[in-house]
Design a protein around this ligand. Structure first.
Ligand code: NAD
Length: 356
């Protein structure tokens, strides 16, 4: 069956890295994968062409697609714009408009790149963690919020951390399902000793755990989780946590691997539809130079095949091809090391296609 993928290159290095990911999809299509690609506009590129970072047409295309592949958005050119017109609004609008509440952030360190981490190779080599972050609720969206002036004239900032049981339950189910496809270990991260919201979070996770007796559920306070991530990260398989804790822990976990040019991500809705993108931004400092690392975007395609397009075998082929290219010693400048062969964006994409 043909699956539809909306391709949104975006800004900066976005078009360069997405072009390499498209090459990989087209190579698999020649062998019968059956993915139909459609291009769309988002971010600064969409603002320039249509006056909005998320034109209605893009949202319609996204709704009609089975999955979305995004490059990156943003850049200095659009920073002077008012907040509602900035490129990042395009991303937030897609997440909200499609109800992409489950953010999957893998932190995988290919053994060939173990020296790139600031941690000792034996601590991180072969690392493979999946952080599942709740993306559309919690303190980033809770009301009331604002800055008010108190009776004594002093100003006070305030935000609200709220989660409904149904919101906790759907992110919990998403995480348990993912744990089932991996090592069957799920660590739920909360601050249940201080925050009532996360006391409820823990209660719901324990209740859900009864439906997943094959997954080993554990709980950890967020402060300890931060320590354990840098002390012995390989103890984790899947971690699930709220929006703010997940924001922080997933960036910390990403840095364990030493290179943001290697890490994909996914944001899923309740039906497995998702938006897939590298975790890095639009890298305006290197845009247009043909030196950006396309592997995070190519690995995002692998995640897309696994989680939205029901093509796990093709996903494994892409991941294996990336491993082989690293074995061959090919490196873009961001992951370059002594004795390796430096290549540009397009040559790296071609090498992955050849290794498929
Ligand atoms: P960034 O991730 O774009 O870049 C940080 C550093 O990493 C830069 O030195 C960059 O050259 C390097 N880098 C990033 N991706 C790389 C790749 N694939 N290969 C090689 N090197 C790479 O973060 P930033 O500089 O803080 O932000 C730049 C712009 O991107 C801003 O406008 C920001 O708002 C936007 N941004 C977008 C997203 C997104 O689209 N999801 C995420 C983060 C930042």
């Amino acid at each position: 069956m043909t699956k539809k993928v909306l391709v949104l290159p975006g800004d900066g290095i976005g078009p360069e890295i997405v072009a390499e990911a498209v090459k990989v999809i087209e190579a698999l299509n020649r062998e019968g994968l059956g993915v139909e690609l459609e291009q769309g506009l988002v971010g600064g590129a969409a603002y320039d062409a249509a006056g909005s970072p998320l034109p209605e047409r893009t949202l319609e295309q996204a709704r009609a697609a089975d999955a979305i592949l995004l490059g990156a958005v943003g850049g200095p050119k659009w920073e002077p714009l008012e907040r509602a017109l900035r490129p990042e609004k395009g991303l937030l609008g897609l997440r909200a408009g499609l109800e992409l509440f489950s953010n999957l952030r893998p932190a995988v360190l290919y053994p060939q790149l173990a020296d790139a981490s600031t941690l000792r190779p034996e601590v991180v080599a072969g690392l493979d963690i999946m952080i599942v972050r709740e993306l559309t609720g919690g303190i980033y969206f809770g009301e009331p919020r604002g800055i008010r002036t108190l009776e004594n004239g002093e100003r006070q900032g305030y935000n609200t951390l709220v989660y409904r049981e149904s919101e906790i339950e759907r992110i919990g189910r998403s995480a348990f399902e993912i744990a089932r496809k991996r090592g069957r270990k799920l660590c739920s991260v909360d601050k249940a000793n201080v925050l009532e919201v996360t006391e409820l979070w823990r209660e719901v996770m324990i209740r859900l755990g009864k439906d997943y007796p094959d997954v080993e559920l554990s709980h950890m306070y967020v402060d300890n989780a931060a320590m354990q991530l840098v002390k012995w990260p390989k103890q984790f398989d899947v971690m699930v946590t709220d929006n703010m804790f997940g924001d922080i822990l997933s960036d910390a976990a990403a840095m364990l691997t030493g290179s943001i040019g290697m890490l994909p991500s996914a944001s899923l809705d309740a039906h497995g539809k998702g938006m897939y993108e590298p975790i890095h931004g639009s890298a305006p400092d290197i845009a247009g130079q043909g030196v950006a690392n396309p592997l995070a975007t190519i690995l995002s395609v692998a995640m897309m095949l696994r989680y939205s397009l029901d093509a796990g075998a093709a996903a494994e082929r892409i991941e294996a091809a990336v491993g082989r290219v690293l074995d061959q010693g090919l490196r873009t400048p961001d992951i370059m090391a002594a004795g390796m062969q430096q290549v540009g964006t397009a040559a790296m994409g071609d090498a992955v296609v050849a290794a498929l």
